[in-house]
Design a protein around this ligand. Structure first.
Ligand code: GLU
Length: 518
């Protein structure tokens, strides 16, 4: 636990270490955010390292995507790829020479060994075990029956190496230990080393694996806290043993909970991003192979502040009822101890709710978007700011996005260009014309065209009509004014657009019905 006295501790160094395998998804960007918040809270350094040792999974454009995402979320690194720093290079693919120094050390000191088993041999072993009802694992019990330097004399080994056989280097797990590891979120976990396998440190192509590379980098880059996804929790014990073998003190670890689908179908993953009906990536992504474009939160109209606020609370909560936090507030309140242990459900409706809360604060942007729409229709000079402000006030509760404003407020400016088909078709008859005619006449007789008077008018008017009929007339009036059966209070709409325009819209609809029933 970090105590408040260490709040000014400049030494906190955390890293976001994505692999460039495509766009970031919600889990990835949340990991970046939590690292950022933690670094900023303690006046520390947030580092971006690109873990690109697995060239088979490399996807071009991922790096620029990551950088752009961090910028959009305003959680930019202090150091690392794109930002420089004292620990270059920040690409693992460029750090091969550094890793080989430590590989050599581990081999010399007996913590690692050469393994020559071919893929085919391992495949056969797996099959053999499987047929007997066991799972094969390259571990301390099996390794003495396999093709590796532990089962060879020195001479055999040097001959094997000289004959240039392809090999991997594995970490040698010592069995029989109850290893205690501590996770800042989950507490202490005990792992028996009998259950660990001898993981590969160096692949047959001479490239270090993630495990070795990230352990060495975290140490050399002076990382104090490793904050990463839960999927890495099972590797933590192995990483701790690697630190021990290298004679280094490990950083503190915190594994973040999984983000789960709301429909109970497991975790959110990039694999099903095209089949979900909500976005799980922050920015638009164009698949370099299929050229398919998948929209992200940014393109769909979410504000970065709302996105970040939602993400911050997806697995962490400072306590209390407050849900809207600025980035500054998040930094002040953030603590690893308040991160939840179990998986968290992602909820798109809640995400939209967050966007709405931020939209409500953006009066200027909304005003500007209305001006833009009016300008397109050369109506720019016809409306005072007061009128627009009223429209915004009447519309804001119905929308979640800036781009929805016009769709939900156009009827305060222009008459509907069409009518909701299903209802319109149902009311296409003579009786409707009579009802609209009645409405028109009644409205013409009202001198004070205010919502209060108009409401009173309805009161008297309904005395004559039965409830059902009254309801029908209100629906017709709404269809005439708005074009659909939704929108603001009908009396307020009448008052806002005025008597002349209201009558015009009623006449328009009467004409359309007449044309249709002719
Ligand atoms: N490169 C790993 C990933 O993309 C990061 C794991 C870690 O943070 O240690 O998931």
């Amino acid at each position: 636990m970090i105590h408040s006295s260490s709040k000014k501790n400049k030494a906190v160094r955390v890293r976001f270490a994505p692999s460039p395998t495509g766009p970031l998804h919600l889990g990835g960007i949340r990991t970046a955010l939590y690292n950022y918040l933690f670094a900023k809270k303690y006046g520390g350094t947030f580092i971006l390292r690109i873990e690109d040792t697995d060239r088979k999974r490399f996807v071009s454009d991922s790096e620029s995507y990551i950088l752009e995402t961090l910028k959009w979320c305003q959680i930019e690194p202090d150091e690392g790829v794109g930002y420089g720093g004292n620990h270059i290079p920040y690409y693992q693919s460029q750090r091969g020479e550094i890793y080989s120094v430590y590989i050599k050390k581990l081999l010399e000191e007996g913590y690692a060994y050469y393994a020559f088993d071919t893929d085919h041999e391992l495949h056969l072993k797996r099959k053999e075990f499987h047929d007997l009802g066991f799972t094969f694992s390259y571990n301390s019990y099996i390794r003495m029956h396999l093709n590796n330097s532990l089962t060879m004399t020195r001479k055999q080994l040097s001959e094997k190496l000289n004959s240039c056989s392809s090999y991997v280097i594995r970490f040698k797990i010592n069995p029989g230990e109850n290893l205690k590891i501590h996770d800042m979120i989950r507490g202490t976990i005990v792992v028996n080393t009998d259950n660990l396998d001898d993981k590969i440190l160096l692949k047959s192509n001479g490239v270090a694996t993630y495990h070795l590379a990230s352990t060495i980098d975290d140490h050399l880059m002076k990382i104090t806290h490793v904050i990463r996804g839960e999927e890495w929790l099972s590797s933590m014990s192995f990483h701790i043993l690697l630190y021990r073998a290298l004679g280094w003190i490990p950083p503190k670890f915190a594994h973040l909970p999984l983000i789960l689908r709301n429909d109970g179908k497991g975790k959110l993953s990039k694999r099903n991003m095209e089949s979900l009906n909500y976005p799980i990536i922050p920015l638009q992504w164009k698949d370099p192979v299929t050229k398919n474009i998948i929209k992200g939160y940014r393109e769909l109209g979410y504000f970065p502040e709302a996105f970040v606020n939602m993400l911050a609370l997806l697995g962490w909560n400072p306590g209390g009822k407050k849900e809207i936090f600025s980035l500054k507030e998040l930094i002040n309140l953030f603590s690893l101890e308040k991160i939840t242990k179990s998986g968290v459900f992602f909820n798109i409706n809640k995400t939209n709710w967050f966007n709405k809360q931020y939209l409500k604060k953006k009066k200027k942007e909304i005003l500007f978007s209305l001006y833009k729409e009016l300008k397109k229709r050369s109506l720019f000079y016809e409306y005072e700011e007061d009128y627009l402000t009223k429209v915004i006030h009447l519309t804001i509760d119905r929308v979640h996005f800036l781009h929805e404003i016009w769709e939900h407020s156009f009827y305060f400016f222009i008459s509907p260009s069409s009518y909701e088909k299903s209802f319109f078709n149902k009311v296409c008859h003579k009786k409707t014309i009579d009802q609209l005619e009645f409405c028109k006449k009644s409205l013409l007789n009202i001198n004070q065209f205010s919502s209060v008077h108009l409401r009173l008018f309805l009161f008297f008017f309904t005395k004559k009509e039965n409830e059902k009929e009254k309801h029908q007339i209100m629906k017709l009036l709404r269809l005439a004014l708005v074009g659909k059966l939704e929108g603001a209070d009908i009396f307020i709409i009448l008052e806002m657009i005025g008597k002349k325009e209201s009558i015009r819209r009623i006449e328009n609809m009467m004409r359309k019905i007449k044309e249709k029933i002719k």
